[in-house]
Design a protein around this ligand. Sequence first.
Ligand code: MG
Length: 453
Amino acid sequence: MAKRLFGTNGVRGVVNDDMTSELGLRLGKAIGEFFGGTVAIASDTRVSGDMIKSAVSAGLMAMGCRVLDLGVIPTPAIQYFVKTHNHVSGGVMITASHNPPEFNGIKCIAPDGTELHRSDEEQIEKKYEEDVPCKPWSEVGTRDEVLGAADSYVDAVVSLVDSETIRAANLVAVLDCANGAAYYTAPLLLSKLNVRAITLNANPQGEFPGHPSEPTEDNLAILIETIKHTKADIGIAHDGDADRTVFITEKGEFISGDKSLALMAEMAVSKKGGGKIVTPVSSSSMVEDVVVKAGGEVIYTAVGSPVVARKMIDTDAIFGGEENGGLIFPDMQYCRDGAMTAAKMLEYIADKGSLQERIDALPAYFTDKRKLECPAEMRESLMEHLKKLNAARTTDSTDGLKIIYPDGWVLLRPSGTEQIFRIYSEAKDTETAEKRGAYYEGIVKDFLNSYKI
Ligand code: MG
């Protein structure tokens, strides 16, 4: 079997260490052989973006592909371009999303704009391993720059929300682009929706001088402070490649991804008078609470946005997403979409008023998250042990083991790509959540210690 190159979010590595121009070239050839025809390519704002994009493009052209270079745009913008151009056989996004600036990555996009299926990635890995021969000189491909993909993407988002209601609300937002790929699209989107934007880190700088590109509460301290000193209605922040969006209330409260997922799910179900919502087993029960109350149904999947998107297609779901701020709106496309998420949340507050009040009205749950080091070879026996231990309880093994309690749950799950074991415990109060988290941490530690020599 070919060596696994693709992780959950494409191929990633530290530039000029394991993410090199040689790797880009060879992988570009494998991708070119796989897709053939016309292939779109784009990057986020990382310093190494041009280098990796050029290497991959050279590989694609060596295999006879016509390369369409869309420039620096969000991941969902190239996905939308690929989806809406029938003559394009696939796409490549150069991004390492929220990773530190020394990282970069290569991610493939299927002809329908979704993230490439694992079995297709395996085919590319096989071609990479074989180092497929190049085409003869007369069949070498060309490269064209394509302007306007970002504008078309923003226009599509505007057309899929109630833009009249948003425009009429005269909203003010503090917008943090993290010096990333949203630097052009996010301010443009807000101006088209008549939202006055106070922008932070809206210049494209791949060293990420503003703050690390993961939109955590700590990294967004200046955004939170700015909201407290302005009369803004909402804070909006994107990650480095702008497929994810997180929000801050008008009072400066950081909203966890679970809560924005719950609000958007509730809006989708209320509007349609029912429908299916897809989310991974790791999402808070508050999502199910509000969805069921609004007359909808929740379908749980394994963790990872491609799995959620696939399930949404298969079940004809009306909305889906993950608890990290990656939300999927099927009217637009079956992938996480940062601009759609921002626009839909603006529609929500334009209609409902104070975001803080809506957040305070959500059912209260508390989560205790722990992670432990766990060698890959121990994963299976540890999971067997935990399953045996909980045989008498109500459990769900969609991904790892979820133990269901009357007032919460515990999710025990080894990471598929790292030597990490995660324990998530959710309950109606912090003490219970922590107590259960600590209990299972003890069990996992004891098991791993008993096998140490
Ligand atoms: Mg991202």
